[in-house]
Design a binder for this molecule. Structure first.
Ligand SMILES: Nc1ncnc2c1ncn2[C@@H]1O[C@H](COP(=O)(O)OP(=O)(O)OP(=O)(O)O)[C@@H](O)[C@H]1O
Ligand SMILES: [Mg+2]
Length: 222
């Protein structure tokens, strides 16, 4: 499938108050997309609509070929199995170890225990947290939790990664680790990557698309 996200005259908001107005664009397989905009401009809202956390007010939105308008929960759960999400507030399961948190998308997809453990350990190694595999989220710093969230998002080799400020709490070195992981996902696995950020890293060294949201309108800088 070439067209991973299709947006047509899309409007989104809360309780009738518009946040995104009349957005139209499409994001193709293997695109690496940055969405920027000032705080409160609607970046998270737009990203949330891509995994069905925000309903479509008007217009059309399809993700991986699935129409997101009035989507049934069963269909949404199916779609989410193919998407990796890094939430702005991480949303780790505090009662689970770090390793089990990273295993979550693999467990949902029915992989065997051995594969889950193997893959979780590989990713924790990538984000330099293997030594904390048996700790719990609340025993980790904010930046460490953010790296766990990224490891979890990548665990099942999703076709689409949606990441909301994935380096918001990280120092330069850890940010570099995250950008390299996302770049590798695109280059070696053909993953489509959509990242909300306040700063596009100058060292990213990849062809990317650059969108910004201003006054509710989505623009692309070409
Ligand atoms: N659950 C909600 N209910 C009502 N209004 C909301 C809700 N979530 C966000 N908003 C409002 O929608 C607007 C866009 O919020 P959003 O979180 O998308 O911004 P953002 O661009 O991600 O900001 P930031 O850079 O601070 O994360 C803001 O005015 C915010 O107050
Ligand atoms: Mg946000």
């Amino acid at each position: 499938m070439n067209n991973v996200i299709n947006i047509n005259s899309l409007s989104l908001g809360y309780g009738g108050k518009p946040v995104i107005t009349d957005a139209t664009t499409s994001i193709d397989a293997k695109d690496f997309v940055f969405i920027v905009g000032k705080s409160g401009s609607g970046k998270s809202t737009l990203l949330k609509s891509f995994y069905g956390e925000i309903d479509v007010d008007s217009g059309n939105l399809s993700v991986c070929g699935v129409d997101m308008k009035n989507i049934a929960i069963s269909k949404l759960n199916m779609l989410r199995r193919h998407v990796g999400i890094v939430f702005q507030d991480y949303r780790l399961i505090n009662e689970w170890t770090i390793e089990k948190n990273v295993m979550l998308p693999l467990i949902v997809n029915g992989f065997s225990k051995a594969i889950c453990v193997n893959q979780a350990q590989k990713l924790l190694k990538h984000v330099k947290l293997l030594h904390k595999a048996n700790k719990y989220p609340l025993e980790l710093s904010g930046g460490e939790q953010q790296r766990v969230a990224m490891a979890r998002a990548l665990a099942h080799n999703p076709v689409l990664i949606l990441a909301d400020e994935p380096t918001g709490n990280l120092d330069d070195y850890s940010s570099e680790v995250i950008w390299n992981l996302l770049r590798s996902a695109k280059e070696f696995l053909g993953t489509t990557v959509v990242v909300v950020t306040h700063h596009i890293p100058s060292t990213i060294n990849i062809n990317y698309r650059h969108f910004f949201i201003d006054e509710g309108y989505l623009h692309e800088i070409i």
